[in-house]
Design a protein around this ligand. Structure first.
Ligand SMILES: [Zn+2]
Length: 141
C-alpha cells in the first residue's frame, strides 16, 4: 500500500513541524493562506483509531502550533476540522487535521460556511431539536 502521508521523508519542502509522533505540512490545495495539515506519523485512517495518549499528543501539538502559525501568516482566527471517509471528502486515507487560518477577506471556505449562515430555512424548531436529541441519546446510552 502506498500512502502519501506515511512517506514524510519525501516532504522536506512542505513540512513546517515534526516530532516523534506528529508532523505538519502546508496544504497543496489551500483553502486560505497558511492552511496546514497536522498528521499522525502512525498510519490510521480516522481519529477514533488512535489511542487516547496519541490523541492527546496530536492535540497538544495542534494547540502549540496554532498561535505560532497564526502569528506567522498574520491571521487571528481559524477553523479546525477533520474529514473522515470518502463521504466526508477525506482526500488521503491517513488521519490529518486541517488548520485553516481565517481573515476578514473571503476565501474558499466561505462558500461552505455561507450555507450555514444563510440557510435560515433549515433552522429546527425546539420540538424538532428535542426529537433529534432524544433519538440520538437513546442509541448512545
Ligand atoms: Zn499512511
Amino acid at each position: 500500500m502506498s500512502c502519501r502521508f506515511c512517506h514524510f521523508e519525501n516532504m522536506k519542502e512542505e513540512i513546517i513541524y515534526s516530532d516523534e509522533d506528529v508532523y505538519a505540512i502546508v496544504s497543496d490545495t489551500p483553502l486560505s493562506h497558511g492552511h496546514v495539515l497536522v498528521i499522525s506519523k502512525r498510519h490510521v485512517e480516522r481519529l477514533e483509531e488512535l489511542g487516547i495518549r496519541e490523541i492527546t499528543t496530536l492535540f497538544q501539538t495542534i494547540k502549540n502550533l496554532i498561535p505560532q502559525l497564526l502569528n506567522a501568516v498574520k491571521a487571528r482566527d481559524y477553523n479546525l476540522f477533520i474529514n473522515a471517509g470518502s463521504q466526508a471528502n477525506q482526500s488521503v486515507s491517513h488521519l490529518h487535521v486541517h488548520i485553516v487560518p481565517r481573515r476578514s477577506s473571503r476565501n474558499h471556505l466561505d462558500v461552505f460556511f455561507d450555507a450555514f449562515v444563510e440557510e435560515e430555512s433549515r433552522r429546527l424548531s425546539k420540538e424538532a431539536i428535542k426529537r433529534v436529541a432524544y433519538s440520538i441519546r437513546e442509541k448512545i446510552h
